[in-house]
Design a protein around this ligand. Structure first.
Ligand code: SF4
Length: 382
């Protein structure tokens, strides 16, 4: 019988956007002239560097994230994918996602992205309300967002889009209408994020206030109810999908599996004999480009993580998932026993409070636990 290989993802970071959004704390930059050929060569060199030590892996997903990867030339994407195909074996149901923005110029390129090999598109719609889009500093309007989703649905078999909620002043009725409209576009996957004000962003500088916690909770509950009813239940805190339409690439992260991060600021995890290493790339695009060109990789640091750090990371990611973390999976990842790596008194206290369950060898956060996961984990892992 053929060996079943674990999932292995490759993330490619394109760090450029047409404009910096005031809430965004991603590694994204606005730059006038971009030499796509130079960037392609740098990506290929970094891919080849890591292939030398991971060519025995089976690649199950590639994700082009950013930044705005729909600003990449389709030929660059095609060449990267061709190189990945030469360097690694890829699974039969190989998922290749690109993030895209709904501006009309990018929508016109959707067909080219499909031809380049992208088979799943994730569109940064964020809202179907013009005022909200202006507040969020987006370059597209609601009509362009609808058109982008409709065009993408004709080209890509698998499609997701993002919406942001808990905007200042947003009422439950408004959010309910927005979700209703989103569902009329019949996506099979939706990412629904609450607006958070992150340090270093323009919103943080301008002291924009995040929604009140009670409103946030009410909107979150509305989201869960409507999405369950529509057949796209949450499989992760902010992600909803019809059965089998989950993002396989993001599941690699949440299930604690290995992945490569290619490009500026990207990070990766590589495990051999239960020892996981954390790899972090140089964040600044110009510096990464120079290093990748001259040395073949733009690594900032590569460090082994301790058993305790690994446990924390697996639970931090895995408890975001509705499926939770099974003891079998935990053992496959770490070679150790999940129950004995937990403090039983703290676990029991969280079970009594209704935030965690540990039944049939599966540790799960309850819906109430997922809503306050940081606090639950802080208690469990302290
Ligand atoms: S388009 Fe996306 S990545 Fe770019 S600045 Fe806006 S939120 Fe950030």
């Amino acid at each position: 019988m053929d060996e079943i290989k674990p999932a292995f993802g490759i993330y490619i970071h394109w760090p450029f956007c047409a404009k910096k959004c005031p809430y965004c704390d991603f590694n994204s930059h606005v730059q006038d002239a971009i030499d796509h050929d130079l960037w392609l060569k740098a990506y290929l060199r970094e891919l080849r560097y890591y292939a030398a030590e991971t060519s025995d892996r089976l690649v199950t997903s590639v994700f082009f994230g950013g930044g705005t990867p729909s600003l990449m030339k389709p030929q660059v994407i095609e060449d990267i994918l061709a190189e990945i195909g030469r360097l690694w074996d890829c699974s039969e149901d190989f998922e290749i996602t690109a993030e895209a923005n709904p501006s009309s110029s990018e929508t016109r390129l959707f067909q080219d992205f499909r031809q380049a090999g992208i088979n799943r598109l994730s569109i940064g719609v964020q809202s179907f309300n013009d005022q909200a889009l202006q507040f969020l500093g987006r370059l597209h309007d609601a009509a362009e967002a609808r058109k982008a989703v409709e065009s993408a649905a004709k080209i890509f078999d698998r499609l997701s889009f993002d919406l942001i909620y808990a905007l200042p002043g947003q009422t439950p009725a408004e959010w309910q209408r927005a979700l209703g409209e989103a569902l009329t576009l019949a996506p099979d996957h939706l990412s629904l994020y609450q607006l958070t004000i992150e340090p270093g962003t323009v919103f943080h500088q301008d002291r924009v206030a995040a929604a009140d916690e009670d409103i946030g909770t009410e909107l979150y509950e509305i989201t869960q109810g409507l999405m369950d009813h529509a057949g796209l239940p949450a499989y992760e805190i902010s992600n909803h999908a019809r059965e089998t339409q989950e993002s396989r690439h993001n599941l690699v992260y949440w299930r604690g599996q290995d992945y490569l991060g290619i490009g500026p600021g990207a990070h990766g995890r590589l495990t051999r004999d239960f020892q996981t290493e954390m790899i972090q790339n140089v964040r600044e695009p110009g510096k990464w480009l120079e290093l990748a060109q001259t040395k073949g990789l733009g690594q900032h640091k590569r460090t082994p993580i301790t058993a305790e750090e690994r446990r924390d990371e697996i639970l931090l990611m895995g408890l975001r998932l509705t499926e939770g973390v099974s003891a079998d999976h935990y053992h496959t990842l770490t070679g150790t026993d999940l129950a004995s790596s937990l403090d039983q008194i703290r676990l029991q206290a969280l079970e009594n409070e209704g935030f965690i369950t540990f039944r049939d060898n599966i540790l799960k956060a309850t819906p109430a636990g997922r809503q306050r996961l940081n606090a639950v984990l802080a208690h469990l892992l302290s």
